[in-house]
Design a protein around this ligand. Structure first.
Ligand code: UDX
Length: 442
């Protein structure tokens, strides 16, 4: 099938590459020539495990190409995926200007039947706006070309994006046009061979499904984070509680890990956007408002622990920081807890030596030449001369550290672990003080 994808960010590039992998003829469009240049030269503008080889293989096979030429992209695909950014506005609602600009381009240039697919996470009602934008462009040039707008939200996780796209839990297609439904079924049939994973529903339900999924997941995390704080006060262990409740099939063990707050490009943005959408309809989403507030507070939990130990004035203190990305296997620092932790430490006069396997360039871009921040080339070198170690991202390489080395290096012999990586008793056995989330050594 001939496919065009507008936007070569996470979602667009993964969608384009994985659809090409299944034998489709895919053309990806981006207005940013520097991105297209990197892609044409065989590079990947984002860090995503496995994506480079899928892209390279399909470019080589002639099934995947990149362009900045809008007319070419509109002419190419019968299916036109819109996968451009929807950054939050000042009030938290999603900014649709890029989605609607893409829709207008399609309406302005299309000459035959097109299925226009909203792949970006967009508020309920966006498909109608996309439809209106295309109709407006068609009427301006008195064209009677036919089209359908489909909502097909993406559920991939950064760091596991290729795997999630190739083996999805479910595929949501919101559509009311029979021809479009047939085409979408055919497109996704290879991803849905063992069992039918495709749910066809009305457009608005599909749009809401995406937000509902992310809001539910964010809710689980904030709920566990608050329980973890209570567990600390009560002398309970949140990890044991997690296993205890998770074995109830209605609850399940996934996505129940307490930590120093959720971040990333989706949860914080989507929770805010859903609250905004509801308030636009005169409804308050009280649960989600609390989820958001709890997460803001959770990002400060490590700072609370640090200041309880060292006081509010941290001038002269140096901290080793392991992890900058909002989660492992990505260099993405959007809404990352590390940013809040760093800002709070800087404010109190501390200096920080940070290490992250892939996100240090991103941190340099965000913080520039900050006098209170430098970087180490390995986890161990970050420890030298530090008072304490702070962990905010659960990279695999942090899971089995040399505790003797840590003990030898840290002046205050303390680890503040925001991701509960170690057994508290084990760490204590090395003579270290271990502050984690919702657990403590016996
Ligand atoms: C998420 C959704 O999982 C995905 O389906 C959607 O398409 C986009 O948003 P992503 O943002 O890539 O994906 O990351 P995810 O792995 O879901 O983690 C989000 C945040 O939650 C991270 O900061 C992570 O550390 C945190 N988290 C996750 C927890 O604190 N506890 C958990 O149990 C799980």
């Amino acid at each position: 099938m001939k496919i065009s994808v507008v936007g070569t960010g996470y979602v667009g590039l993964v969608t384009g590459a994985c659809l090409a992998e299944m034998g489709n003829d895919v053309l990806c469009l981006d207005v940013d020539p520097s991105k297209i240049k990197i892609l044409r030269e065989g590079g990947i503008p984002i860090h995503e495990p496995g994506l480079d080889s899928v892209v390279a293989r399909n470019v080589q096979a002639g099934r995947l190409a990149f362009t900045t030429d809008i007319a070419k992209a509109v002419a190419h695909g019968t299916i036109q995926f819109i996968a451009v950014g929807t950054p939050p506005d000042e009030d938290g609602s999603a900014d649709l200007q890029y989605v609607l600009a893409a829709a207008r381009n399609i309406g302005r240039l299309m000459t035959d039947y097109k299925v226009v697919v909203d792949k970006s996470t967009v508020p309920v009602g966006t498909a109608d706006k996309v439809k209106a934008a295309i109709e407006d462009e068609l009427s301006k040039r008195e064209s009677d070309a036919r089209f359908a707008v489909v909502s097909n939200p993406e559920f991939l996780k950064e760091g596991a994006a290729v795997e999630d796209f190739m083996r999805p839990d479910r595929i949501i297609v919101g559509a009311d046009d029979e021809q479009a439904i047939l085409l979408m079924r055919a497109l996704y049939a290879p991803f849905s061979r063992n069992r039918d994973k495709l749910f066809v529903m009305d457009v608005r339900s599909a749009e809401l499904t995406k937000y509902a999924a992310n809001a539910m997941l964010a809710t689980r995390i904030s709920f566990m984070n608050e329980l973890a704080l209570l567990a600390e006060k009560m002398g309970a262990d949140i990890e044991q509680v997690r296993q205890g409740i998770g074995s109830d099939a209605r609850i399940g063990t996934h996505f129940l890990y307490a930590g120093c707050g959720y971040g990333g490009s989706c949860f914080p943005k989507d929770v805010k956007a859903l609250i905004q959408t509801a308030s636009g309809e005169g409804q308050q989403l009280r649960v989600l408002q609390a989820v958001e507030a709890a997460n803001e507070a959770q990002k400060l939990v490590l700072i609370d622990k640090i200041t309880s130990r060292f006081g509010h004035d941290l001038v002269g203190k140096r901290f080793a920081l392991w992890g900058l990305a909002f989660k492992p296997n990505t260099d993405d620092m959007r809404e990352a807890t590390s940013r809040v932790v760093l800002e709070e430490l800087f404010k109190r006069g501390a200096t920080v030596t940070a290490y992250d396997p892939v996100a240090m360039d991103e941190a340099k871009r965000i913080f520039g030449d900050h006098t209170q921040l430098d970087y180490a080339s390995s986890p161990n070198t970050a420890l030298a001369g530090a008072d304490a170690l702070i962990i905010v991202t659960e990279w695999k390489e942090f899971r089995s550290p040399d505790f003797e080395q840590i003990k030898k290096n840290l002046k205050a012999s303390t680890i503040f672990d925001g991701r509960n990586l170690y057994e508290p008793d084990l760490v204590k056995g090395f003579g270290l003080t271990y502050e984690s989330i919702g657990r403590r050594a016996k």
